[in-house]
Every structure is written in structure tokens, then in C-alpha cells.
Design a protein around this ligand. Structure first.
Ligand code: ASP
Length: 333
């Protein structure tokens, strides 16, 4: 999934709408007029939103919500669908591997009580979002990693699977030809399914699942499984989740930031924009080389979304507007 197509890919499901609205705008196209942010300002409950256009995943979650299922079940079921889709090279089975050729997955889940479970660097297990839920519900811990997480998965009856598909292996082999074993920072080749849902009872839950940065160093952990960074839920306020360069999201604890800003009265949209600005501010000029995007949902069912490319395009549009204004002014003078 090309990061520059971000805007057409985030999805929201609510009422009778199933994964049809483009929620998150994040295209790098030069024409800012093409940018579209469609935050939902009226309360829609139940609702599910996700990073990227993962229509099948949100439709699945929506089905659970319509059946009076919990938001926790909805986000888990939605994410599982994407984890099993081998055509998605940034989540679950079929994800691109690390630089040693091993597919390693990160995931987390958070419920209305503020409980959280996560797994990091897990090999051979497709449904890491469900494994994260098992950590939350069946252990006294909140994060399990690597071999320990995998061992726990087998104890819980998870199936051992080879996650490296032929396509992903081919892509890795091509990467190896020129990469000289260097982990690279880029804006492509990595994404996360972050999903937030409110059920008919009005309770919110969220989940995140990813294979992380492709060709990363072995053992690298991004934001997606880390509470407050890739995901945060507070049933009194709402939730937020992230996609993009995990290192930058981790440094700003951005999902927690967004929820706290909503607690202080900001709309989900305002909170997402503030978090993007915080990431940009902390990164100096580096923000041009990476992508970060957020979605948020408050308890009223209002949504927000924003990413760095939108911010960047907005700056360019404003600069151009000022330039035009100035040249018109000087022409008249
Ligand atoms: N946030 C993920 C990570 O850093 C990757 C992504 O969403 O693009 O692992």
C-alpha cells in the first residue's frame, strides 16, 4: 500500500454506511484542492474507523457491532481479517520481513476498562491482535515479546504458520541487491491497521496490528504495540491510533496526547492536527522524509484524522496564497 495514497484509504463505518467514507487525507499530490478531510461532526454510534481503506476489515467490524457485539470484539475481528490477507504487505501474513528475512509482527488491543495487551517481534503467528488480547485477558502482564510471546501463543492453541509469502520473499531479495543490509527510513513499505470502534452500548475499544517497517533491524519495535503511542483508549473521552514512522510516534506518545487534548475540549480533528504539529516540531527538517498519520474518535462518535503530508500541503498552499496575495497587492500599488 503506497503511503501517498493514504487519503483514499482510511475508512469509517457508521449507521448504514459501511466503509465508504474517506476519512483520512494524506496525499502528496501537488494539487491541494484535491485534499479532502472528511471529519464526521455529528454523533454516529455505533461506529468503526480505521487507518487506510481497509473496507473488508471495517465491514467485518461493523457486522460485529450490528450484531450487538462489543467494540472489543469488533476491532479484533476487523484486524484479524487484514492479518489474514496476504496481499497486504504491511500487516500479518504476507508482511514484508526484517533485513534478515524474518517476518515479525507487533500488535496491541485496549478495552473500555483501560486494560491493554500487546505483543512485539512475534514470528510464525498470523493473528497477533488475538494474541495481544490473550495477553490482556489470560496473563498478569501487558506485553509479551519474541520467543516468549510465540511460546504463549502455542499454549493458547494458536497455529504455527510461515508468514513469509513468495511475493514478500521476492521483494526482500530485490531489496538485498542494493540495500547493503542498511535499515532505511522511508515513507513507503510500512503501514499499520489501527482501528477504533464504539459499540451500541457506547463503549469504545481499539486495536493495532502491523509487520512494522520493512527491512528493519531484527528486534526493532515500533509504536504500534506500545500503549499511548500507537493506540490509546479512554472510555470517558475517546481513542486515537497512529500509522507511520513508529520512531517519531513513540517520541511524542502521540495517541495519548490526542486523547488528552480531547479531554481538554479539543475536537478529534483539532487533536489530530495538534499531534501532527508536535511530531513535525520535534523532527526538525526530517519530517520531509517520513510519514505519520493519526485518526481519533470521541465518545460522541465524532472523528478526526490528519497526517504530515496534509500539514505539508497546507503549508505550501498557504505560502502560495500569501505569495499571490502579495503579488496582487504590489501589482495594485
Ligand atoms: N507504525 C508502524 C511501525 O512503526 C509502521 C506504519 O504504520 O507505517 O512499526
Amino acid at each position: 500500500m503506497k503511503r501517498r495514497n493514504f487519503l483514499k484509504k482510511a475508512t469509517v463505518s457508521g449507521l448504514s454506511i459501511v466503509a465508504v467514507n474517506s476519512l483520512l487525507s494524506c496525499d502528496t499530490v501537488a494539487n491541494p484542492a484535491k485534499q479532502s478531510i472528511v471529519p464526521i461532526k455529528t454523533a454516529i454510534i455505533p461506529i468503526v474507523i480505521a487507518t487506510w481503506r481497509v473496507s473488508n476489515a471495517t465491514a467485518k467490524a461493523w457486522e460485529v457491532l450490528q450484531d450487538n457485539g462489543s467494540s472489543l470484539d469488533a476491532v479484533e475481528q476487523g484486524c484479524r481479517l487484514e492479518e489474514a490477507d496476504v496481499s497486504n504487505q504491511s500487516v500479518g501474513k504476507g508482511g514484508l520481513p526484517d533485513r534478515d528475512g524474518n517476518v515479525t509482527l507487533d500488535a496491541c488491543i485496549m478495552n473500555k476498562e483501560g486494560n491493554y495487551g500487546a505483543v512485539t517481534s512475534v514470528q510464525n503467528i498470523t493473528h497477533v491482535v488475538s494474541l495481544a488480547r490473550k495477553v490482556m485477558e489470560e496473563t498478569p502482564h501487558v506485553i509479551l515479546t519474541g520467543n516468549g510471546a510465540e511460546k504463549f501463543a502455542y499454549e493458547q492453541g494458536f497455529e504455527k504458520e510461515n508468514l513469509l509469502t513468495d511475493n514478500a520473499k521476492k521483494a526482500w531479495e530485490i531489496w538485498k541487491e542494493t540495500a547493503q543490509y542498511k535499515p532505511i527510513i522511508n515513507i513507503e513499505n510500512h503501514d499499520t491497521i489501527g482501528m477504533l470502534a464504539i459499540d451500541k452500548k457506547g463503549d469504545i475499544a481499539g486495536a493495532c496490528t502491523t509487520s512494522g517497517l520493512s527491512y528493519k533491524m531484527a528486534g526493532r519495535v515500533g509504536d504500534s504495540a506500545i500503549i499511548g503511542s500507537g493506540l490509546f483508549i479512554d472510555n470517558e473521552v475517546g481513542g486515537a491510533t497512529a500509522t507511520g514512522m513508529g520512531e517519531e510516534v513513540l517520541k511524542t506518545v502521540a495517541s495519548f496526547l490526542i486523547v488528552e487534548l480531547m479531554r481538554q475540549g479539543k475536537s478529534p480533528q483539532e487533536a489530530c492536527e495538534a499531534a501532527v504539529k508536535r511530531v513535525v516540531k520535534g523532527s526538525g527538517e526530517r519530517y520531509k522524509d517520513f510519514q505519520v498519520g493519526f485518526i481519533a474518535l470521541n465518545k460522541a462518535g465524532e472523528t478526526g484524522s490528519y497526517c504530515i503530508h496534509e500539514w505539508f500541503n497546507y503549508q505550501i498552499a498557504t505560502e502560495n496564497k500569501n505569495k499571490n496575495y502579495k503579488s496582487n497587492y504590489y501589482n495594485k500599488a
